[in-house]
Design a protein around this ligand. Structure first.
Ligand SMILES: Nc1ncnc2c1ncn2[C@@H]1O[C@H](COP(=O)(O)OP(=O)(O)OP(=O)(O)O)[C@@H](O)[C@H]1O
Length: 638
């Protein structure tokens, strides 16, 4: 076996295909790479010939009928040896060498790969170029597929380069002006050189970049920019409105360098009706003016689903495709800086732009509740402002507390049911603890402001609301009431509560409900094992046999009369009890709690009305009918 060193073979054809077609997520990236080469070439020319032409531009043209796109620059151009050494050599570029020599951080290219992406969209690529160092010589590079190429002399042109693509049939749409405008506006918005589409005299990237504005310099150079930098808030809003494709901005605030992060840019609150679980984070990252990542949402905090933005940073390291970022220390530093910038920006908005702040609270209330729990400063900012959904519409925690006489009332169930009715009767708003983040937010608010929190549906909460009856009922009375009023799984609990007009309240045991749901979900195998074990640990103390507590209000005149009638063996006792029971079942059905037999309850109601309006002679029959209904359910009767 040979021990000598051998050269690794490269299958150039395969490599070109991989690089051209699989490195980038979208073939449109080819446009970005060609515009970037134009920019670097203009920069090269300025660095090599500082006294020469100033400015320079890039022009992109599309011709749908011919199926071509061209990118032209007035930059440094290439000599023939440079064509061979840099343009046609994969992995080598003059741009990187130039950066190393000059230390310029304006140059974008680094890998010597970008040009190959032209072959992802084009069958044939032609490059016609004249170097500013040899202004009398012209060269034309031509390649079909990228694997082989030719270079021939052509008449000299003004220094610079014209790259022409003959598009593959499947990419012919790229030549459409609308497509080019859309893609290039986004790619080039931060490029310092003007990029023109066709003969349009207005560059695609003419929008003033608010975080790059220097009032003194702008005043000297451009009145429009000077105006923009005089009103930074208006300039930010305009940039955000133009850039944010999906949503209108409600407020925009700057990203500034801070410890470990050089990121600058703009963040804005999107005017989208988002919900707790929606993630509309939208962040574009630019490196030296070129779009690097269209969707860098992970740089934004997870809770900031309503934030859009643009940042630029020279410390974030791109992957070779320049579409994603290395997850290194700088990445994490920028993540922290952006979280701070969002919180600072929200503070600034609350302080300086109350109208916008109100709209943000109204639009993103639910998400902000969750966000407040993830960030202490945000919690402090939002604690008294953010709306909480309640039975009386959205209220701030402070208003909820004031209306509850200093207590925050929170329902744990999903529907109003009797709980809500109780509170309606008391005219106390009750927070919807089943909604996203409401319960933990209010618990924390209660701690912060030192106020009582009653969670209705939990044992503790119920105890706080329904005072124990001070004198227990006689055993036979309690047993009779339970039989006459409670359905299966309901535990009758004599109590005292306001308002006195309310005779009874059925409060489902939310923990038992949860247990039931977990068992059902498990039957459907929807809960993964680990989650199920956790949930079970939580519901272990609930045996599940008591699904609801039926609180009987001993302060209620109706209940007192009923007990008096029972003690006096009044003939209407069973009718009256049946009426209350029917009312309970009907109301819980109306509240979305299907407990008890609704049909029997409705029939019971009819029977009671009949009994109450009957002649004395027929009362006994009706009472018997009601008694029969009870017996059918296997319960004791009076
Ligand atoms: N329009 C142009 N004008 C002058 N030189 C060019 C032009 N386009 C490409 N080149 C030369 O060809 C080289 C290779 O270009 P290519 O786009 O493949 O890589 P790059 O720009 O150097 O790096 P990257 O892969 O990071 O974009 C460049 O470094 C530059 O020297």
């Amino acid at each position: 076996m040979s021990q000598g060193l051998r050269a690794t073979e490269v299958d150039l054809g395969g490599l070109v295909t991989v690089l051209a077609s699989h490195l980038y997520s979208t073939p449109l990236v080819a446009l970005r790479e060609l515009v970037q080469n134009g920019h670097d070439s203009l920069t090269r020319r300025r660095l090599e010939d500082p006294s020469g032409q100033n400015g320079g531009r890039i022009t992109v043209r599309g011709d749908r009928s011919r199926g071509t796109v061209s990118v032209e620059d007035g930059g440094a151009g290439l000599t023939e040896p440079e064509i061979h050494a840099y343009l046609a050599t994969v992995g080598t570029g003059y741009t990187r060498l130039l950066r190393e020599v000059t230390g310029s951080d304006e140059l974008i290219g680094a890998f010597g790969l970008g040009f190959l992406s032209a072959f992802a969209v084009a069958d044939e690529v032609t490059v016609t170029t004249t170097s500013h160092r040899e202004p009398t010589a012209g060269h034309r590079y031509r390649s079909v597929g990228g694997e082989q190429y030719s270079v021939e002399p052509v008449p000299a042109r003004a220094p610079g380069t014209l790259v022409e693509l003959r598009l593959k049939a499947e990419h012919a749409h790229i030549a459409d002006e609308a497509v080019l405008r859309d893609v290039l506006t986004r790619y080039c918005v931060l490029l310092p050189v003007p990029v023109h589409l066709g003969d349009d005299p207005q560059p695609l990237n003419a929008v003033p970049v608010p975080w790059r504005q220097d009032p003194a310099q702008d005043q000297a150079q451009d009145p429009a920019r000077a105006q923009a930098s005089a009103d930074p808030h208006a300039a930010r809003m305009e940039f955000a409105a133009r850039f944010g494709r999906r949503f209108e901005p409600l407020a925009a605030f700057p990203v500034t360098p801070r410890e470990g992060s050089d990121a600058t840019g703009l963040l804005w609150v999107q005017d989208s009706a988002t919900y707790g679980t929606s993630d509309n984070r939208d962040l574009a990252v630019y490196l030296r003016g070129m779009l690097l990542s269209e969707d860098a949402r992970d740089l934004l905090p997870r809770w900031a689903g309503f934030i859009g933005g643009v940042i630029e940073s020279t410390r974030l390291t791109p992957t070779a495709s320049r579409e994603d970022l290395q997850r290194d220390d700088h990445y994490r530093a920028v993540q922290e800086a952006l979280a701070d910038a969002v919180v600072d920006g929200l503070y600034e908005t609350a302080r300086l732009h109350p109208g916008a702040w109100r709209r943000i609270l109204a639009r993103h209330g639910q998400e902000l509740l969750g966000a407040a729990l993830c960030d202490d400063r945000l919690f402090t900012l939002l604690a008294d402002d953010v709306p909480v959904p309640t039975s009386q519409g959205d209220l701030t925690a402070g208003a909820l507390r004031a209306a509850g006489g200093g207590t925050l009332h929170i329902a744990l169930g999903t529907s109003g049911g009797f709980e809500e009715m109780l509170y309606r009767a008391m005219q106390v708003p009750i927070a919807r603890g089943d909604r996203y983040a409401v319960l933990p937010f209010l618990r924390r608010y209660g701690q912060l402001r030192g106020c009582r929190v009653v969670e209705l549906g939990s044992e503790d909460g119920n105890r706080a609301l329904f005072r124990d009856a001070d004198r227990p009922l006689a055993a036979d009375e309690a047993a009779w009431l339970a039989a006459a009023l409670a359905d299966d799984g309901e535990q009758l609990t004599p109590a005292r509560f306001a308002p006195a007009e309310l005779p009874l309240v059925l409060v489902p045991d939310r923990e038992a409900e949860l247990k039931q749901r977990i068992e059902d979900d498990q039957a459907d195998a929807r809960i993964p094992g680990a989650a199920l074990r956790l949930a079970r640990a939580f519901t272990a103390r609930t045996d599940g046999s008591v699904r609801a507590r039926l609180y009987l209000n001993l302060d209620s005149p109706a209940v007192r009369r009923l007990l008096g009638a029972y003690r006096a063996a009044h003939p209407g006792t069973a009718t009256a009890a049946g009426l209350l029971r029917s009312m309970k079942v009907i109301m819980s059905a109306a509240g979305g709690e299907s407990r008890g037999d609704l049909t029997a309850a409705l029939a019971g109601l009819g029977a009671a009305v009949a009994a109450l309006t009957a002649d004395t002679g027929t009362t006994a029959n009706t009472t018997t009918a009601n008694t029969d209904t009870s017996t059918d359910r296997g319960e004791a009767t009076a």
